[in-house]
Design a protein around this ligand. Structure first.
Ligand SMILES: Cc1cc2nc3c(=O)[nH]c(=O)nc-3n(C[C@H](O)[C@H](O)[C@H](O)COP(=O)(O)OP(=O)(O)OC[C@H]3O[C@@H](n4cnc5c(N)ncnc54)[C@H](O)[C@@H]3O)c2cc1C
Length: 322
């Protein structure tokens, strides 16, 4: 992650200074954006970086309880640097300049002890991601050089954030389907399914909440769609190029009856193929003498027959049970 951030967001001078350290794993970094009181709403992040012109440096602070960085993976015990998102201020704090990313050392590279002005530790146990070593970070007048501000702004990749939201949401839902399909066994730790579900559940929030990512993706698509409608010759990304394709028929998009008919068709085809498959697997009359029996002895088939358990019908037949 550190390598990617440096390669995409650092200038040449910063790359020369930090890349060799990151490539040799002397620098291990995590992304510190979320705060105890602020997640999705990035504009409200409170961590501040105030520029000090005299020393050509920034002074970093998490001035309130809600501004403490909370959640960064591997922060609790492992990392010695963070990619810190903070509100940038000019000297005298008179002019907020918006969010900016900084590469900040938090632990001594030799002793691994937190630096002066840094307080950190692990957050409490998670349902999943137990080995994630997620941590908290409090900064008090930590000074960093100006060159530690990453100079190039990150770009939001609509495709990757949309894909993350879609795959983790579908995965989480399907894990629940698998859990239920296995009945009670699916709820046993041994099945592993609840663990997978909890893991995917956390991914729905981590690295950008899915609801918000879906909204962003939808907004992006609407914007591209407008572009397409205004000027179909304009070049747009390959992931949205399908928006240029002619529609099959306008009625299939706007006519509810057509949608219903499509679902009916689908159901018809599925029922038909299931019914054909069943007919093919049924033995001919006389081929198997057991199948000639007109009635089936319930005591042989009931799931309660092998045990000393009352069947539900018996329970409800009992006068004492209303
Ligand atoms: C396992 C795990 C690992 C993580 N690792 C990191 C990490 O390495 N670094 C880091 O900085 N953070 C990390 N996080 C934090 C994660 O990025 C945040 O949890 C996430 O951004 C959501 O923020 P929040 O938890 O404050 O929820 P909130 O933003 O408060 O969201 C709460 C609810 O409100 C809804 N909501 C919020 N805003 C809107 C909106 N505008 N429109 C509609 N609905 C909205 C959301 O959909 C959600 O349902 C991690 C989280 C988890 C669970």
């Amino acid at each position: 992650m550190c390598l990617y951030a440096l390669e995409t967001m650092a200038n040449e001078e910063q790359k020369q200074q930090f890349l060799p350290l990151a490539q040799s794993f002397r620098i291990i970094t995590t992304y510190a954006q979320t705060e105890l009181g602020h997640g999705t709403d990035l504009r409200r992040l409170e961590t501040e970086a105030v520029f000090d012109r005299t020393s050509d440096s920034f002074v970093l602070n998490t001035p309130t309880l809600t501004s403490i960085k909370f959640w960064p993976g591997a922060l609790g015990r492992t990392t010695n640097y963070v990619l810190l998102m903070a509100q940038l201020y000019t000297p005298n704090r008179d002019h907020p300049c918006g969010l900016q990313m900084f590469l900040v050392q938090i632990r001594d590279l030799n002793t691994h002890e937190p630096l002066s002005g840094v307080e950190l530790g692990e957050i409490s146990t998670r349902f999943a991601h137990a080995a994630g070593d997620n941590g908290y970070l409090r900064l008090s007048n930590l000074r960093i050089t100006r060159t530690q501000m990453l100079m190039k702004l990150a770009q939001l990749h609509a495709l990757s954030s949309g894909l993350k939201a879609y795959t983790s949401s579908v995965g989480e839902r399907l894990a629940q389907v698998c859990r239920v399909a296995c009945g009670g066994h699916g709820f046993l730790v041994a099945s592993g399914i609840v663990g997978i579900k909890s893991y995917l559940d956390a991914v729905c929030s981590a690295e950008g909440d899915n609801v918000v990512l879906f909204l962003q993706t939808a907004r992006y698509l609407l914007k591209v769609m407008q572009q397409v409608e205004e000027d179909s010759s304009e070049k747009i990304g390959s992931s949205t190029a399908y928006l240029y394709l002619p529609l099959w028929s306008s009625t299939t998009i706007i006519n509810l009856d057509d949608y219903c008919r499509l679902f009916e068709n689908r159901s018809q085809l599925q029922s038909q193929s299931e019914s054909d498959a069943e007919a093919e697997s049924e033995p001919e009359i006389g081929e198997n003498s057991d199948s000639d029996a007109e009635t089936v002895d319930e005591s042989e088939t009931s799931e309660y027959s092998d045990h000393n358990v009352e069947s539900p019908t018996e329970v409800f037949d009992d006068e004492d049970v209303s």
